[in-house]
Design a protein around this ligand. Structure first.
Ligand code: PEP
Ligand code: MG
Length: 591
């Protein structure tokens, strides 16, 4: 038996026969060319890149059926192929050193790999894998290399490979792929998004994996703890079978309750809703028992379409489809939140020294209101088909809400002129996700119908910790006393103003935080990744408001993030042993 650790990117446990995708690395030969041959080599390079782009677009078309997020990832690959630095460097290698195109491209790739290797950042390392994948696709086109065809798989297998390319994911017969393990890839790799969209357990980032496995051997992919076990002995085989059964059983238990009311044990209701990035995700929200959409991140409608930005009519059609699907539950549409971690290539933004504090969210919309008005008109027109609310992101001044509301009036007037009906009383809300918004929430509440707390950014800005930077990830502590104090302040102000509060950041979907959030104040809505709804619902249904308040009061009295964190984890484990005690294992204890 051999056991390897990697990065878990898709939950669950898979057992099966290994199918080793043994792509012996393509052999690239160095060839010196004459000066006269330079234009021909450059033409070959450009031709191969164009071919890769067409292939990528073809794959992208089919990827939409897996998930929109997956299709968007593939767009970033096309952008890499359009990267001038990559092309220009390679052309320079061809011209200066009189090299054939494939060798020149290999040298460029090596140079970038060295640069990436000096950076200790998980996110950028993921980018390096992307680059590697894209460049190898071009090299294959240059040398005319045929790929081993995954469509030959005709029985259930666990796929083991150095890397799984986007074309592999499209070609593979998905019904036969029980699990996946790869050497390449990081937390944010496309394989993870693909696998979790299809519910296939997957572990990536296992060095030399392909040299450790033979086709036909029994492999276990433990997508819960990020382990790959090859040729397990009887004892481990049984252990992981139990783990798989326990995981499936627990999932089933959660799913059984999805249509039960989302109220505490003593009857206090909290609406549990889904966060979505594309209309395709509505299905998951409904499947997991979500009552409406608490956050529609509309950026992805633009990101997936960077050459052709959506028109008012496109937006209207899209919003109409979503609100009809969730009717009579509400749909909260957030206006564009472009910038910082969500840049948009088509919007012609200038590079900023410090984008997280730059022209992002509502600031960008107010500076360049064309898209804001289109979104508002699209939302207003769709409001005839269900309950739509509009939410403004990255508010730090109450005046920004007032100014955005003026554009809303303008959008309404235009529609009246065009004699298009809409919901005159459409509700508007502000994201509370900057310290300024939190501390001036009393004023913001005066100009809004509701507020929604974006804990992802609120924590980032309150603690001055970049939410995407691995180097400071240990400092990103939702249970910091400052966060608890600010959340309480927001709840108190909203209660005074008698206006509803939602939470739509990740914390709202963390079942470990459910009791604390409920106890800190009057939460009307928790909006989260659809997959998180069943577990949060289960916890909510077993809690009483009193219990939650006692827990929150005790947490508020503690002095450090560490104390609060251990206190909450301990209490929740005691109170819900079945749900938390085995999160990390799903092993023996759960028998
Ligand atoms: C947040 O900041 O918590 C939030 C919900 O918005 P996003 O994650 O899209 O920035
Ligand atoms: Mg945010």
């Amino acid at each position: 038996m051999r056991k390897f650790s990697g990065i878990q990117v898709s939950n669950g446990v898979a057992f099966g026969e290994a199918y080793l995708l043994d792509r012996s690395r393509i052999c690239v030969v160095q060839r010196n060319i004459t000066r006269e041959q330079i234009p021909e080599e450059i033409r070959r390079l450009r031709g191969a890149i164009e071919k890769s782009k067409t292939q990528m677009q073809e794959i992208k078309k089919r990827a939409g059926s897996v998930s929109d997020k997956y299709a968007i990832i593939l767009d970033t690959y096309t952008l890499l192929l359009e990267d001038d630095i990559l092309v220009n460097e390679t052309i320079e290698n061809i011209e200066k050193d009189l090299l054939n195109a494939e060798w020149a491209l290999t040298i460029t790739l090596e140079k970038f790999t060295k640069l990436f290797n000096n950076i200790n950042d998980e996110y950028l390392k993921g980018k390096q894998d992307d680059l590697d994948l894209v460049v190898h696709g071009v090299i294959k086109n240059l040398v005319g290399h045929e790929q081993e065809n995954l469509s030959d798989i005709d029985r259930p297998v666990v796929l083991i490979a150095h890397a799984i390319s986007p074309s592999d994911t499209i070609l593979m017969p998905r019904q036969y792929v029980l699990g996946m393990g790869t050497e390449a890839g990081g937390k944010t790799s496309h394989v993870g998004i693909f696998a979790s969209a299809l519910g296939i357990p997957a572990v990536v980032g296992v060095p030399d994996l392909t040299q450790q496995v033979n086709s036909g051997e029994t492999v276990i992919i433990d997508g819960i703890n990020g382990e790959i076990i090859i040729d397990p002995d009887e004892e481990h085989y049984e252990l992981y079978k139990r783990k798989q059964q326990n995981y499936l059983r627990y999932e089933k238990t959660l799913l059984k309750e999805v249509n039960e009311p989302s109220t505490t044990r003593d009857g206090h209701p909290v609406q549990l809703m889904g966060n979505i990035e594309s209309s395709h995700e509505v299905k998951s929200v409904l499947r997991f028992g979500g009552e409406g959409i608490g956050l529609y991140r509309t950026e992805y409608l633009y990101l997936g379409n960077s050459r052709d930005l959506p028109t008012e009519n496109d937006l209207y059609q899209n919003f109409k489809d979503v609100v009809r699907a969730v009717h009579p539950a509400p749909l909260v549409i957030r206006t564009l939140d472009i910038g910082a971690d969500k840049p948009l290539p088509g919007l012609d933004q200038k590079a900023e020294e410090n984008p997280a504090l730059g022209l992002r969210g509502i600031r960008l919309s107010l500076k360049n209101p064309i898209h804001l008005i289109n979104q508002m008109k699209g939302a207003l027109r769709a409001s005839l088909y269900g309950k739509i609310k509009i939410l403004y992101p990255m508010i730090s001044y109450a005046e920004e809400v007032t100014e955005a509301n003026r554009y809303l009036q303008k959008a309404k007037e235009e529609l009246r002129k065009e004699q298009i009906p809409f919901d005159e009383d459409i509700q508007i809300g502000a994201m509370i996700e900057t310290p300024a918004a939190a501390l001036s929430v009393r004023q913001i509440l005066k100009v809004t119908d509701f507020i929604s707390i974006g804990t992802n950014d609120l924590i980032q800005y309150l603690l001055a910790v970049d939410r995407a930077n691995e180097n400071v990830a240990h400092l990103y502590q939702p249970f910091h006393p400052a966060i608890l104090a600010v959340l309480k302040l927001i709840f108190d102000a909203a209660a005074q103003a008698n206006k509803p509060v939602a939470i739509c950041g990740e914390l709202g979907g963390d079942p470990m935080a459910t009791a604390l959030l409920l106890g800190l104040g009057n939460v009307h809505e928790l909006s989260m990744d659809p997959h998180s709804i069943p577990k949060v619902k289960k916890i909510l249904r077993e809690l009483t408001l009193d219990e939650a308040r006692q827990l929150a009061d005790k947490a508020l009295a503690l002095d450090t993030a560490e104390e609060i964190d251990s206190f909450i984890r301990e209490e929740m484990r005691k109170r819900f042993p079945y749900d938390f005690d085995r999160d990390s294992a799903f092993g023996e204890k759960t028998a």
